[in-house]
Write a protein that binds this ligand. Structure first.
Ligand code: LLP
Length: 420
């Protein structure tokens, strides 16, 4: 079992969290290997023939990337840094798609030299890719990122397929973009791509977006292009709050039949690609944070050592994450507490008004489902070094990122000579 209880303490893959904390201190992110494998296998079962590109931005710890690469996934990368890490972790260049709405020439060159495909966000970018590919003597496989103008019900900051979004080319204009690409040297417009947003709990917006891509694909093929793949991006939501979510099975049941039926209009060899991030890593990881003090004010505050420097989602999106008292996991809930971080901002609240067992200084609090967009969005704000990351597997744990120290805060800073 991924998450369990041993001697009243939360355990992850057979490792008690207090044992980890003894070694790493707090806060610390702990990932369950078995949960990660379960998620990977669920995708493999639901989408056996489809190409699955893991969205590296969700969690790019090298050990996590290595597990996902070894299990045969491809990767969606969004920067030179993510590309570098993905290659280092063992993803194959032909299974990597370089996404992004603002790639620098240097990033494009790095991607072309690595031999990866590109999702192209504008005509400017198309011309740049063609020029660089020409000078490198390479031909680059591309897809256009289409803005399909669908509005999933999710937080506005993570809806990316709206008409007003900065991402992609409006679907009405994209056929012209393919015409131009067809004429340009050293680009091979082989795919069509969209991504409508993240933490989406219904299948309908995905089906709507896919139908929109099919509507324009026939016209694209009339330009002489033969489309090889349709990439519908990532976005399936996970169950943060117990109100239900998508899973790979119900996601697959909704989209695969539509894809099978409609690809007949385009060409039978068209492949379906996906880019899941959150639904691979989100529920694999728990953040453990220590209680510094408990205070009765107008509310009951539990002040812990992780704030929005460590996990920004609650402050940034008002996201809900379940919490528990990891050091008293089987005690009964008695009091309502608000969990506050150590950052000098009143918005630094991890969880509001949660009923928990009685909390005392020194207790360990667990914040759940933080494997996606957790550590990767952390910062050193307020001069706090970033925390460690740990992988738990079969009763053992491995530190997969050392915690930072004050040296990491200092490392790139310089005082100009005139100040001495
Ligand atoms: N593909 C593209 C092109 C994307 O932009 C994203 C996420 C994904 C795939 C993966 O989406 P997922 O399956 O993880 O939903 N920081 C926010 C989420 C930002 C998502 C950005 N793009 C959060 O913490 O909720």
């Amino acid at each position: 079992m991924s998450f369990g209880v041993e001697d009243g303490i939360l355990s992850i893959d057979g490792v008690r969290v207090d044992e980890v904390v003894e070694k790493t201190g707090t806060p610390v992110y702990i990932t369950s290997y078995s949960k990660l494998l379960e998620n990977i296998n669920a995708y493999r079962k639901a989408f056996p023939e489809q190409k699955k590109l893991y969205a590296v931005k969700a969690n790019y710890n090298l050990a996590i990337l290595r597990i996902i690469a070894k299990e045969g996934f491809g990767a969606d990368v969004f920067s030179h840094g993510e590309l570098y890490l993905a290659l280092l972790a063992g993803f194959k260049p032909e299974d990597i798609l370089f996404n992004g709405n603002s790639k620098s020439d240097e990033e494009i060159l790095a991607g072309i030299r690595a031999g990866v495909g590109f999702s192209v966000d504008s005509l400017d970018e198309l011309h740049t890719i063609s020029e660089i590919a020409l000078s490198e003597g390479r031909t680059v496989k591309i897809a256009f990122r289409v803005n399909p103008d669908v509005s999933p019900e999710t937080h506005p900051k993570i809806a990316t397929g709206l008409r007003t979004s900065k991402f992609g080319i409006p679907w009405e204009d994209v056929v012209d973009a393919y015409r131009i690409a067809y004429e340009l040297p050293n680009v091979d417009p082989a795919g069509i791509h969209c991504h409508i947003g993240s933490q989406i709990r219904e299948v309908e917006p995905f089906v709507e977006a896919m139908n929109r891509l099919f509507d324009i694909s026939a016209e694209i093929q009339e330009t002489g292009i033969k489309l090889e793949f349709m990439d519908i991006g990532g976005g399936p939501g996970i169950d943060y709050d117990g109100k239900g979510a998508l899973n790979p099975d119900n996601f697959a049941e909704a989209i695969i039949p539509v894809f099978r039926e409609r690809k007949k209009e385009i060409n039978e060899s068209l492949e379906l690609w996906l880019e899941p991030g959150r639904s691979i890593v989100g529920n694999t990881t728990v953040l453990i944070t220590r209680v510094n003090s408990v205070k009765k004010a107008y509310k009951n505050f539990v002040a812990v050592d992780a704030g929005f420097n460590t996990l920004i989602r609650p402050a940034m999106y008002g996201s809900f994450h379940r919490v528990s008292v990891a050091s008293k996991i089987d005690r009964e809930a008695e009091e309502t507490y608000t969990i506050a971080g150590p950052i000098c901002e009143s918005g630094d609240i991890l969880a509001e008004d949660r009923k928990l067992p009685r909390v005392e200084k020194g207790d360990l609090i667990a914040v759940y489902d933080v494997g996606a967009y957790g550590f990767v969005m952390s910062s050193q704000y307020n001069g706090r070094p970033r925390c460690a990351e740990v992988l738990a597997k079969n009763g053992e744990f491995h530190i997969i990122r050392e915690k930072e120290d004050i040296g990491d805060i200092l490392s790139k800073q310089r005082i100009p000579e005139f100040l001495f």
